[in-house]
Write a new protein. Sequence first.
Length: 541
Amino acid sequence: MPPMPDAETPQPTVPADIVGATPDNVAQSGTSQFGWKWGLGIITAGVVLETLVWQIAPDSTYQVMWSMPVVSGTALLLVIWWIFFCGGDNLTLSRRLAALTAPCIVLITLFRFEGFAGDMWPQFQYRFAPSAEEQLQTFLATGATTSRTESGLEQQETDWTGFRGPDRDGIAFVNSSEFDWSQPPEELWRHPVGRGWSSFSVVSGRAYTQEQRGDLECVVCYDISSGQQIWVHTDSEQFEETLGGPGPRATPAFHDNRLYSLGATGLLNCLDASNGSLLWQKNILDEARAANIPWAMAGSPLVIGNAVVVNPGGNNANALIAFDRVLGNKVWSAGSDQASYSAPSLRTFLGQQQIIIFDGEGVKGHVPDSGAELWRIPWTNSPKVNAAVPVQISDNSLLVSSGYSQGSALIELTRQDDLWQTKTIWTSRRFKLKFNAAVQKGELAFGLDEGILACLNTKTGKLAWKRGRYGYGQLLLAGDVIVVQAENGDIAYVEAVPEKFNELLRFPAINGTTWNHPVIWNGMLLVRNGEEAACYRLPGR
């Protein structure tokens, strides 16, 4: 029989809050071994890693790309620590889950994801505002079409017949002294359009572009004076990608009353430019036996004589294909490199006319009649994104540039009979043109270097200045003025001079992310993005 305790001996006391408690709920109510120091440690580690990212990343694109896993990983670890390892009973855990879930539900309810900006930051829009697609359907349902259907359109020398103009150099047919660049232009019309990154071709008062309308890929003709739709050609094609968004990327090319359009999935159309009727159609990816590239076909068709040239890419000697522009049959094919996002252009170097291709592996010169390769310059980056059309600087040199930390270079061409050689005059990590082409004025080139306007001396490779944050937009040269289409939809006028950056005017032209090239035609400024289009009249002096 155990001894009885002495009545005078003090007994240990048990805290009231664990009387009758089980081992499990005692542990829950105790202090967690992952206390506030762990939370502070996670935050500190995240800050240190993010600081390193911003210090060592080669450009703003990589800063954002590398920041995404750091920021999201830090946030996820903080949430896990706070909910499950910060101590507390079941009621506390429930409250924490509710505190985290409630704002997420509110954000999802109030906002919708609208794609990414050029630097890859996500974009959101108020959910209850009409979407671009809804606004387009309303516009089309309210008498937005016209019956104008004249045939045999007469092309003028000043018509804008394709991507970045007839010479694909982004130079407008204007004398800058004609206009007062210090005054905002007069808005003539504005209306919704389908998704996509196509620009305009303008001939005889008609503006041609490409749009995604629901599950239909469209080639659309508008009356430039009123903005009304004249005709639309549709194909049951649809492309959408998270970073690049939905819709076609290329710009139609006009030639001899025919319109040549290339869709995002490789559908090449030859249309009657008067009424939009289909004359012939090919899928260039099928012809090349090639897969689509991640952000889709973007190289606008190039018409040369009796051929229309496209760059589907691939490794079957079909990376570059010429089709008969009237009949649609294949004339020749050449090359076995992956396509990228730059349009082919026609240039003459040292007396030899040639097709310039900037694909995923570099820049090449090809004979227009056969596709035979004359020369090549290896030029690539990790995602194989080469989008800026190379700029011819002189009779024997061209400027090449791309983003993703690649930079720019001046290449000199020499030839002895049929033997071509290339020489790099200079290279620079500056003047990184991610997906906008430069414009040239004499020895100067102007471009958006990671979203900031820069003036480059092409002889030395040195920047004269770099000012003005416009994002990943596009440029147009109008005499002595650079027309900057900012990524946020603004238009800015900047003097095209080497002495200093001088912005003459900036005004909100359209709303939403804008990667499309602007056009100036007969004193009218035409702009669009994946949400709306607008036309302005430039004020005269």
